[in-house]
Write a protein that binds this ligand. Structure first.
Ligand SMILES: *Cc1c(COP(=O)(O)O)cnc(C)c1O
Length: 439
């Protein structure tokens, strides 16, 4: 059997039907913004490998930190034991998180970081003997991960319909737009004032998986302010938006009112190893400060605070906090802004969203804007053929490159996108001479 035949026989890939026409692409190595295939192609990674990569693939500083740590201390139980990579990382994270954050709990990925955030918030009430604050508010269209608690606070859509009966109840408020601001605030105020809401969870400023939908810091600031007035714990899921993605270190840095709990993952190790972290404020910590077993947060994972992952995260932190890194982020943001303006009036485009290093384009189609939109596979195949990895969310496709992408590389991607938009427009207007899609 060839490696791809073995892959098909033995491996179950995420978010992928078991029967698909296309083989996965076999990657042998990666360097900077490029993925190298075994058949000699060089594909530009325009989405940072599922939103995780910050400094380019196989960054030598991170690779060395991993290698050094692997031969010194690869792993140790994290209950009753500790180690410098974790201590340093906790200190590093707290040095860049909003000042109200005071403690770090480590886990394995974004979903578990969210689970821990939810459990901290729920037990915060339990530990005070308060039994009434059981309601949870989330935003419509949210994505917080694929474990059960994370699914429960996420959109109830085709992704989790098989599990719907098993998900705990959550109140979803409308996604904020310019039009519904007053309604949202009044809905939220009404819910909050009932006195039984304990937790408000949200992806600050950008709902990634929902199609890179963006909303204003002003409205979120107002929601948090109402929540705090009614003693509701605010959980910011910065799994995607953290570590510079939005043009600031955290999306919450755009806010005046700071969330109580942060869930972090994705970019935390620069995209090299899985790691999750949940931080919380001293207000939360205070309700757990006890020797009593009943007040303990009984949560942990075998690989909690894995030293190699922590070492990778510390190396990534070093790169992220250098001046050069933010210069890159600002350059990408400036370039995106100009390109966004240029294509925003294109006949094929409904909407362009831009924040920091994220640029998303909603394509005009007859079908509904959703992940299920049939253009998803076609857009993907079109760009892969041109050696660019983008992974559309239905008819929305986006760029969120590693921060080391050069101006020329970005321009090349923009130019391919413009060609695509023009061809797409021609095709939609009956010009059959334009052979746009492969199939
Ligand atoms: C990706 C993501 C998650 C889940 O993270 P995993 O590491 O995939 O479990 C949670 N929240 C947000 C906002 C995400 O983008």
């Amino acid at each position: 059997m060839t490696p791809l035949e073995k892959d098909k026989k033995y491996i179950w890939h995420p978010f992928t039907p078991l029967e698909v026409e296309e083989d996965p692409i076999l990657i042998e190595s990666a360097q900077g913004v490029y993925l190298h295939t075994t058949d000699g192609r060089k594909i530009i990674d325009a989405i940072s490998s599922w939103w995780v990569n910050l400094h380019g693939h196989c960054h030598p500083v991170i690779a060395k930190a991993i290698a050094d740590q692997a031969s010194k201390l690869e792993h140790v139980i994290f209950a009753g034991f500790t180690h410098l990579p974790a201590i340093t990382l906790a200190e590093n994270l707290l040095s860049i998180l909003p000042k109200n954050q005071s403690k770090i709990f480590f886990s394995d990925d974004g979903s578990t970081a969210v689970e821990v955030g939810l459990k901290m918030a729920m037990q915060y009430w339990h530990n005070q003997g308060i039994k009434t604050k059981t309601k949870i508010i989330a935003l419509e269209g949210a994505y917080h991960g694929d474990t059960f608690g994370a699914m429960a606070v996420g959109a109830r859509d085709s992704f989790n319909v098989a599990f719907n009966n098993y998900l705990f109840e959550v109140d979803f408020i409308e996604f904020p737009t310019d039009e519904n601001e007053a309604k949202i605030l009044s809905d939220f105020r009404k819910l909050a004032s009932e006195g039984n809401v304990g937790v408000f969870i949200f992806e600050p400023l950008v709902q990634g998986a929902a199609g890179m939908r963006m909303y204003s810091p002003e409205i979120l600031d107002q929601l948090i302010s109402i929540a705090h007035k009614h003693n509701i714990v605010c959980v910011a899921d910065e799994v995607f938006t953290g570590f510079g993605r939005t043009g600031k270190l955290f999306a919450s840095d755009y806010l005046q009112n700071k969330p109580d709990i942060f869930a972090l993952s994705k970019g935390i190790t620069g995209g090299s190893l899985p790691l999750g972290a949940t931080s919380c404020s001293s207000k939360i910590v205070a309700m757990f400060e006890s020797t009593e077993s009943s007040k303990t947060l009984y949560h942990g994972h075998s690989y909690t605070a894995n030293p190699i992952a922590c070492a990778a995260a510390n190396a990534s932190f070093g790169l992220l906090t250098r001046k050069e890194c933010f210069a890159h982020i600002e350059r990408i943001s400036d370039q995106h802004k100009i390109f966004a303006k240029k294509i925003s009036t294109h006949a094929s485009v409904v909407k362009v969203n831009h924040l920091g290093t994220i640029l998303s384009i909603e394509l005009r189609t007859e079908e509904k804007t959703s992940y299920e939109n049939s253009l998803r596979k076609k857009i993907y195949a079109h760009f892969i053929e041109r050696k660019i990895l983008i992974r559309p969310l239905g008819n929305v496709f986006y760029l969120l490159p590693p921060y080391v992408i050069s101006g020329d590389e970005l321009n090349l991607i923009y130019s391919e996108i413009e060609t695509f938009l023009n061809a797409f427009h021609c095709r939609n207007n009956g010009n059959s001479g334009q052979k746009l899609f492969l199939q």
